[in-house]
Design a protein around this ligand. Sequence first.
Ligand code: NAD
Length: 360
Amino acid sequence: MNCNIAVIKGDGIGPEVVTEAMKVLDAVGKKFGHTFNYEQLLMGGCSIDKYGDPLTDETVAIAKSKDAVLLGSIGGNTQTSPWYKLPPNKRPEAGLLKIRKELGLFANLRPAYLYPELKEACPLKESVAERGFDMMIMRELTGGLYFGERYTKEIDGVMTAVDTLTYNENEIRRIAVKGFDIAMKRRKKVTLVDKANVLDSSRLWRKVTEEVAKDYPEVEYETMLVDNAAMQLVKDPAQFDVMLTENMFGDILSDEASMITGSIGMLSSASLNETKFGLYEPSGGSAPDIAGQNIANPIATILSAAMMLRYTFDLDKEADAIENAVKKVLEEGYRTIDIAKPGEPQVKCDEMGSLIAERI
Ligand code: NAD
């Protein structure tokens, strides 16, 4: 297969970790007979430095013409970098918001997986961590409370703030379909998380998702109230496969799920639109505190590349090969600085990339 990928290495540790993900993709290409064509683009601080703009329209047009975007991370030290003296719409993060909007990325996927070798980093009780977990949080990204009408004004002499939570059935249906499609590639279970005992919007989510579920008889479907879901995530995370939810609930629950895995350097993510197109990036930021030292953990970005193979290119076998190679290096005891226990030997970013590439 010929795969055309826009590569945005970005700022901070972005160039270091993306280089390793490309190394691993090339090993996959060699083994399975695929060609990965990369076009490197600028976004974030490096684009401000070159063009005075965190994301140019030309860059967006090139990204749109590709099958997928592989992104490192953008931004610098928010206290000291001159990028943060610019107006908000000219700062590095404005590039990220613009690309998500321009590409119509409405579905955010964040897997939370506990590697047995790293279970000591899991802050949950040993009896819970022992059972492991492997879930995918699927968060709606372009609707709901964060995008509704809002204002603050004085009403009858009292300052009053209003935020509006709106969803229509089309916005719900398109992400529910994605959620069930993804469940079909996993353990075939979807949990819709909502607040249907209170919110009209949640009741519409239930109605539409129930209709979609009928088209997927193989998938087990359940609903759960968001307050209970927050508790269940720390009590029994092993019960979840795909957790489907709206924007704000997903924002909060996906951070909770990340936390219980214990390491930011291991967490991949994807944002998808209605087609097979996706933007794949690590969940963490540009880590300016460790940039340029070749010590960042590249695994989150490498696993994001695996998600790209699975969800954009339908190359499931190849995605499995990457995920298994990551498991293997961890089993063999290799650790980067963020996941090493005190006294344990550490490998550099580029060594970790090579070790994984060799095990494809
Ligand atoms: P961060 O995720 O960059 O760093 C938090 C901590 O985690 C730091 O100690 C860092 O060293 C560590 N860390 C993160 N990724 C790591 C990795 N792969 N290996 C080892 N250690 C890792 O969060 P922050 O410090 O709050 O933000 C730094 C910059 O990143 C800011 O400019 C912020 O706006 C930006 N940011 C960008 C994105 C993105 O591009 N999507 C996301 C979040 C933050």
